[in-house]
Design a protein around this ligand. Structure first.
Ligand code: TRP
Length: 380
């Protein structure tokens, strides 16, 4: 058992105090530096707030992706979701960034729904339930506004045909002792989950397989998924593909004190399907950097660095850097109180959810267009 507050980051568990600089060291990734941001800006014209505010903070080979792009070589994007319940704001933050990349680089996106993985790791889950969540969650993906012509959602269970030939080629190069060391599997682990890392690696190479050319792939994802990419990167050269590049984001906090947003703590989690007034209630109960009384706060000021409300402005709901820093200094000086911020955030979140839910309903009519089906040839 990990000690309390000890940092644990695996694809299945994130807990303790997260030190992102240490994670970069531990995982052996590269920090996103100012010169790299300047380079990105040359292609995108503007920097997304998730880059400006270092929500995406680490990478592997992003510089190589840009070198190739500069030389006229396009890349594909790949991200995914383990569909085990309703989508919440923590999930969609990196998806919003992925859409920005799709738009700016005119890139295809492969989006994997690992319904098999969720079935294999949750003993209480039926396969039916996992697949149902795939189709439910796909509506949230579509509602982000990805281009349906360039976006390919893959249900592992229902679209296995496109993945399987790649997965077996990958699997032949991965030993049991490697996955034991990387993921902590044990002799008692079921053999489905032992094979699964080959399936999560497969979408990195779909475009190359389908076109018969080497196509670079960039994966925007939270850093806990990194172990999968280490394996995919080891195998890539053996199959004569490029190693998949990554851009990693931080964990998106919940509305409680510490910890990432998690569906298992529904009161501190804003689901995309929450009725706006439910989200409002959750925001009113959120953990802030405020003082116990208004009087104290007027005198001593609050602490935005620990405030979940402030973090939500920073992550998504205040685009304007100047307005954000004003909010921070007004909080510190005691000029504004938590109630003011909660009210302002509630208004923005309610508007955002209403709009998302409208798009989500509309997506029902076109969701089939997003699934990969047989739009991409599977060459063995
Ligand atoms: N394993 C991931 C999860 O449980 C889902 C996933 C599959 C994914 N492929 C991905 C996430 C690529 C990010 C990028 O959430």
């Amino acid at each position: 058992m990990a000690e309390e507050n000890e940092m644990v980051v695996t694809p299945w568990e994130v807990s303790g105090e997260i030190d992102y600089d240490r994670l970069i060291e531990k995982f052996g990734t590269e920090p996103i530096t100012d010169p790299l941001l300047e380079r990105i800006k040359k292609f995108t014209g503007e920097l997304h707030l998730q880059l400006r505010r270092r929500i995406f903070f680490s990478h592997r080979d992003l510089d190589l992706i840009l070198d190739m792009y500069e030389a006229g070589r396009k890349f594909v994007l790949y991200t995914g979701r383990g569909p085990s319940g309703p989508v919440h704001i923590g999930h969609i933050v990196p998806w919003i960034f992925t859409k920005y990349l799709q738009d700016k680089f005119d890139a295809k996106l492969y989006f994997q729904m690992t319904d098999d993985e969720k079935f294999l790791i949750h003993p209480e889950f039926t396969l039916r339930k996992a697949v149902d969540w795939t189709y439910d969650n796909a509506l949230d993906v579509a509602a982000i506004g990805f281009d349906p012509k360039k976006t390919f959602i893959i249900s592992d269970v229902n679209n296995i045909k496109i993945l399987y030939s790649l997965a077996v080629k990958i699997a032949r190069h991965i030993t049991v002792s490697t996955v034991k060391a990387v993921f902590g599997f044990e002799d008692s682990s079921n053999i489905g989950i032992v094979f699964f890392p080959a399936l999560q690696a497969a979408p990195c190479f779909i475009e190359s397989m389908a076109t018969g050319e080497k196509v670079p792939c960039l994966i925007p994802a939270a850093i806990d998924q990194d172990p999968y990419w280490r394996i995919a990167r080891d195998v890539a050269p053996k199959l004569e593909y490029y190693k998949p590049a990554q851009i990693h984001c931080k964990f998106i906090p919940g509305l409680g004190k510490g910890g990432k947003m998690s569906a298992s703590m529904p009161e501190t989690c804003i689901f995309m399907t929450d009725p706006p007034e439910v989200a409002e209630r959750k925001i009113w109960n959120a953990f802030t950097g405020g003082k116990p009384t208004a009087r104290e706060q007027r005198i001593e000021g609050g602490d935005p660095t620990i405030c979940t409300i402030f973090q939500y402005f920073s992550l998504l709901f205040e685009e304007d850097d100047k307005a954000l820093s004003e909010l921070s200094s007004k909080c510190r000086s005691g000029e504004i109180l938590c109630g003011d911020c909660k009210e302002k955030l509630s208004e923005r979140v309610k508007r955002f959810l209403t709009e998302h839910q409208r798009r989500r309903e509309k997506a029902r009519n076109i969701i089939d267009q997003y699934f990969i089906d047989d739009r991409v040839p599977s060459r063995i």
